[in-house]
Design a binder for this molecule. Structure first.
Ligand code: SF4
Ligand code: MG
Length: 332
């Protein structure tokens, strides 16, 4: 059984005009215990909405889950009451965001903020135990001289240090799944690499699974067991990372890979080197949403391609799926 299983999830936003528009369209993926799935795509493709839907943090009433199921350890999160959901969120599933400043309380010392999390989830433990655990967590995430940092306010720390504090808070409850939404995007490249190494180390130690959301395909390649490539609200390709990197089948994935540094031409900024634009939300094509940017597009592409499951080998359970009418003829 998967730890997290997202089945045909759709998320819609109601505009000021009262019209409901689907921003995430029937996406499916699964994450096994201890594994990492990279959810990759350009900004605005629906990645963060997917994370918010999993955590039941969609901004209501404008945004709503308009279809599908989210199963955590087999139980449907939409069927749980608020209490049960709170228990899972932050305890079994934790989250870190791109901007720790917006997630941290600016007027509370960081030690106290981590204490609050521990108090909430382990109310029976003493203050002394919580304090010791805070120091342990800060040490674990690589904050130097943690005892001196306990009383620091978020603005007194660098961006990288703040993200480490966020990770410490996320780990405070020993989650089984960590959702990391662009956790390194605001950081410079050196710090980014440090945070990625840290997450990998902590994951190996704690055995937690991770949903790593990013626009940076190079980054997910360092982390992920599986990759889902998202485009304009749909998953267009999904499979083991090794498969995606060695044998991308979808023209969009192929384009992303070709834009990576080291792909035989000067590096361009990731995911922004494909010609053309993502279709606007109120002007989604009926057929393949990538068609206006796809050099292989044919008449058949005016009908929507289904996610076709390809099984790599007879002896493998590793499913690969691709949503393209013509993948057979254009595969490398
Ligand atoms: Fe391109 Fe057609 Fe495949 Fe869409 S379905 S990615 S337009 S070839
Ligand atoms: Mg986002």
């Amino acid at each position: 059984m998967s730890l997290l299983s997202v089945e045909q999830l759709s998320v819609a936003i109601r505009g000021d005009d009262g019209i409901q528009r689907e921003l995430v369209s029937a996406i499916s993926f699964a994450i096994a215990t201890g594994q990492t799935m990279g959810l990759v795509g350009e900004s605005g493709c629906g990645k963060s909405l997917t994370a918010m839907a999993i955590l039941d943090l969609l901004p209501k009433p404008q945004a709503l889950r308009s279809g599908g199921k989210i199963l955590f350890k087999g139980s449907d999160l939409s069927q749980l009451n608020n209490k049960a959901l709170r228990e899972i969120r932050g305890h079994k599933i934790a989250v870190i965001f791109q901007d720790p400043m917006s997630a941290l309380n600016p007027v509370q010392q960081i030690g106290r903020q981590i204490m609050e999390v521990l108090k909430l989830h382990f109310p029976k433990q003493s203050n002394a135990i919580h304090r010791a655990r805070v120091l342990e967590l800060l040490t674990e995430v690589g904050i130097p001289a943690p005892a001196e940092r306990l009383n620091a306010y978020p603005h007194q720390l660098s961006g990288g240090m703040r993200q480490r504090v966020m990770i410490a808070m996320a780990l405070a409850c020993e989650p089984e799944l960590l959702i990391a939404d662009e956790p390194t995007t605001a950081l410079d490249v050196t710090i980014q690499a440090q945070i990625v190494r840290l997450l990998k180390k902590l994951q190996a130690k704690n055995g937690m699974a991770m949903l790593f959301i990013t626009h940076d395909l190079a980054l997910v390649s360092q982390l992920s067991d599986h990759i889902a490539v998202m485009y304009a609200g749909k998953i267009v390709e999904y499979g083991p990372a090794t498969q995606i990197f060695s044998q991308a089948r979808h023209p969009y994935t192929q384009g992303l890979l070709a834009s990576l540094p080291g792909a035989g031409h000067p590096p361009k900024s990731p995911l922004h080197s494909l010609d053309g634009q993502v279709p606007a939300i109120d002007n989604m094509p009926v057929g393949c949403r990538f068609a206006n940017r796809c050099r292989y597009a044919q008449d058949i592409c005016q009908t929507p391609p289904a996610n076709e499951v390809i099984t790599k080998q007879a002896d493998s359970h590793e499913v690969v799926s691709v949503a393209c009418h013509l993948w057979r003829s254009i595969s490398p």
